[in-house]
Every structure is written in structure tokens, then in C-alpha cells.
Design a protein around this ligand. Structure first.
Ligand code: PMP
Length: 410
């Protein structure tokens, strides 16, 4: 049985050195967690420990340092497998982020499985990372992209989705939780319906992996992708999970060392999974330091983190709804802890600047989801996104700074 650890946000904050810093003379309030999360001390120390004691290239070396580095690297693969409930460790491919993971899958899976006239279904809420790679492969193979419509709140129109499905559908690639609005989409229904038509499904888990319990076997998605830096891990780490049978039938993405069994000018044979998709020297240090990040989440438990973050989300939502001229976009119940809003008479960029003067970091703009902004008829939003270490006092500080900033802008 895991040991019960009471949720003490002040104790948790002590594990994040950056939270002690000041910005513009004020205590930092970091509300841009959907862009990237801050790192606990264990992650920072793992990086330093690797470089100061066992830096070596992995998988090939026959010396102590190489063995230690290889073991640590592969331990993270195992930790990721557990984190998302994959069946096999070789289904976990390391990339440098969600973007590279989707490019890998779109390019390699698309090469093997797409033909002229085939259809790829995306949603109106996708991050550019889950649009552009599909456009690139669609253009190459003569495939067609169809878009799931949404309602004014930012929820996917499920009737619209079912109407798009046909025998031509080969791939449905959708975001689990929208980075721009925080809305959690009914991926289980999407996966079931797509599979009934024989289509594969990719779930963009960049925003869901840190907040929701992920079990890829239960979900039954064919691919699940996410970034290490959004789950309290280092930048430059990403995961492409794919069902073994499908990954085995896909050609490699990048060619080079590590991904081969034998190379000759006559014929090269490729390595087994997962190495077939990991050409060249990977991001060893950062992958190793991803493991303590996952351990941080596991120690607290996603349920406890969610309870804490949801309390912040409920509080800020209620308080924003009371501010004159502020409109929350996507104010629905089923959300990750993200709140996106527009304010009359205040351009999001000006607001971000004024909030920063108060030490508060938020994200503003189109959130790499320009088609969504166009659909909503807005230029952008101001987005607050919470993590395990945020507090109600920070919400208070934010609300005071917001009201002050709005007065200055209006
Ligand atoms: N998809 C979603 C939903 C995201 O939020 C992000 C990051 N903002 C990405 C994809 C791209 O992730 P990365 O930049 O880490 O590759």
C-alpha cells in the first residue's frame, strides 16, 4: 500500500526552488502551468547528479558509466509505462515533446497507412502541433482533413463528429483536454466510434497527462502523446505511446545510429521497438530526470492534486464571473484547471504586461490554437492554469492585480 501523504501545499512549494523568487519586486505567482510546469528539486538534482557522476552515451557502451546511464534511462521508460498504464515497455518512445511525437506518428503511420482520398478527422480545438503534421502528410498522400465542429462553449459537437465518420476515415486525432480552454473531451466515445469504423485514434495528452488518470489500455487509444515538461519534468522530453502491433508495422521516422540492426550499402535492417524510432543519441539527462517528476506526481497522487487544483479553479471561476465585463470562455464543468477569459476594454497582451508588473505570470494570445480563436471570433484570451503548488492566496493576489489592471486599461 502506498503511504498516505497529507496534502500540504506549503510543504509541496518548498520542493520548488523557483517559487522563492521575486518578479518585479513581488512574490512570483506562476499561473502559466499549461505552458510548462516548474520543476521540483528532485528533477533539478537528478540532472546535476547525472552530469557530475555518470554522464555517458547509452545502449552501446561496455563500461560502468554507460551501464549506469543506460539503466537510469530505461528506468524512466518503465516509469512512463506505469504512468500511462501501457501494456509493454517497448510501446514507450522518447521524443523531445508532444510536437515531435505527433510529427513522428503522422509521418510514419501516415506513410504506411494513408492513401489518396482517405480522411483524417481533427477537432476545431486542436493545438497547431496536432494540425500541421497532419496537413503535411495529407498533402503528401492526397488525404483529406475533416474538422469536428464545436459549440460556443468550446465543447466538441459529438453529433457532428459521428456524422463525419465514414469508411474513408483512417485516423481521428484529437486533444484530450484543450490547452486554450481546459475543456476535457469525451475521448472514450470518440475512440469507440472510430474503432467501429476501423480508424486509428491519436490522443494529444499534452494537457491531460498531468491532471487526469491515464490508462491507455482502458482508453484503448492507438497513440497517446505528451510532453515531459508539462508533468514537472525537464524540457526536451516527450513521449509517443503506440500500440505495439501498430508501431511494428510503421516505418522508422528518422534514420541513423541506434535505430538499426545492421547497415550495409546494399541493405539496412532496422532495430526492434522502441529503438527503431529513437535514432541518434537521445536526450539522456532529461529523460533520466523525468522519472523523479513522475514520482513527484505519484507520491502526491493525481486524485489529491486534482482536488487541490479544482478548489482553485472553482474559486477563480466564481470570482472572475463577478468582475464586470469579464467573460470566461468555456465555463463548463468538466475541465482541467485552466480558465481562459476575455475582458472588455483590455487587450490580453496589455493585461499580461500589467499582471507581470505584479509578479504574476499568465499566458495570453491565441494559445497556438488559431482556428479555435477564429471560430470563437476573438483574437485571444488571458489564460490562468494551475499546478499542484498554487495556492488560494495566489488567487487572491491575482484578483487584486486583475481589478487594478482593468481599472488602468479602461
Ligand atoms: N498539444 C497541446 C494540447 C499542448 O498544450 C501543447 C503545448 N502547449 C502541445 C500540443 C505542444 O507541446 P510541446 O510544445 O511540448 O511539443
Amino acid at each position: 500500500m502506498p503511504k498516505f501523504v497529507p496534502y500540504d501545499v506549503q510543504v509541496i512549494r518548498q520542493r520548488f526552488p523557483i517559487l522563492n523568487r521575486k518578479v518585479k519586486g513581488k512574490d512570483l505567482v506562476y499561473f502559466d502551468n499549461a505552458a510548462t510546469a516548474q520543476k521540483p528539486i528532485e528533477v533539478i538534482e537528478a540532472l546535476s547528479h547525472y552530469y557530475s557522476t555518470y554522464n555517458a552515451n547509452i545502449h552501446r557502451g561496455l563500461h560502468t558509466l554507460a551501464d549506469e546511464a543506460t539503466a537510469a534511462f530505461e528506468e524512466t521508460r518503465n516509469a512512463v509505462k506505469e504512468f500511462i498504464g501501457a501494456a509493454h515497455v517497448e510501446e514507450i518512445i522518447f521524443t523531445k515533446g508532444t510536437t515531435e511525437s505527433i510529427n513522428l506518428i503522422a509521418s510514419s503511420w501516415g506513410e504506411a497507412f494513408l492513401s489518396k482520398g482517405d480522411e483524417i478527422i481533427l477537432s476545431s480545438l486542436e493545438h497547431h502541433a496536432n494540425i500541421v503534421p497532419w496537413q503535411m502528410i495529407a498533402e503528401k498522400k492526397g488525404a483529406v482533413i475533416k474538422v469536428i465542429p464545436m459549440n460556443d462553449e468550446g465543447q466538441m459537437d459529438m453529433n457532428g463528429f459521428h456524422a463525419l465518420l465514414s469508411e474513408k476515415t483512417k485516423m481521428v486525432a484529437v486533444v484530450h483536454a484543450s490547452n486554450a480552454l481546459g475543456i476535457i473531451h469525451p475521448v472514450e466515445e470518440i475512440i469507440r466510434a472510430a474503432h467501429e469504423r476501423g480508424a486509428a485514434v491519436l490522443i494529444d495528452g499534452a494537457q491531460s497527462s498531468v491532471h487526469l488518470d491515464i490508462d491507455v489500455r482502458e482508453m484503448d487509444c492507438d497513440f497517446y502523446v505528451f510532453s515531459g515538461h508539462k508533468v514537472y519534468g525537464p524540457t526536451g522530453t516527450g513521449i509517443a505511446y503506440g500500440k505495439k502491433q501498430i508501431l511494428e508495422s510503421m516505418p522508422p521516422f528518422l534514420g541513423g545510429g541506434e535505430m538499426i540492426k545492421e547497415v550495409s550499402f546494399e541493405k539496412t535492417t532496422y532495430n526492434d521497438l522502441p529503438f527503431k524510432f529513437e535514432a541518434g543519441t537521445p536526450n539522456i539527462a532529461d529523460v533520466i530526470a523525468l522519472r523523479p517528476a513522475l514520482e513527484f506526481i505519484n507520491q502526491l497522487g493525481k486524485f489529491a492534486i486534482r482536488e487541490h487544483e479544482n478548489a482553485l479553479l472553482i474559486e477563480i471561476t466564481a470570482r472572475l464571473q463577478q468582475v464586470e465585463g469579464v467573460r470566461i470562455i468555456g465555463a463548463v464543468d468538466h475541465k482541467v484547471p485552466v480558465v481562459s477569459f476575455v475582458a472588455d476594454g483590455a487587450h490580453p497582451q496589455d493585461l499580461a504586461y500589467l499582471l507581470d508588473n505584479n509578479g504574476i505570470a499568465v499566458r495570453t494570445g491565441h494559445h497556438c490554437a488559431q482556428p479555435l480563436m477564429k471560430r470563437l471570433g476573438i483574437v485571444g484570451t488571458t489564460r490562468v492554469s494551475f499546478a499542484a503548488y498554487n495556492t488560494l492566496q495566489e488567487v487572491d493576489a491575482f484578483m487584486v492585480a486583475l481589478e487594478k489592471s482593468l481599472k488602468m486599461l479602461r
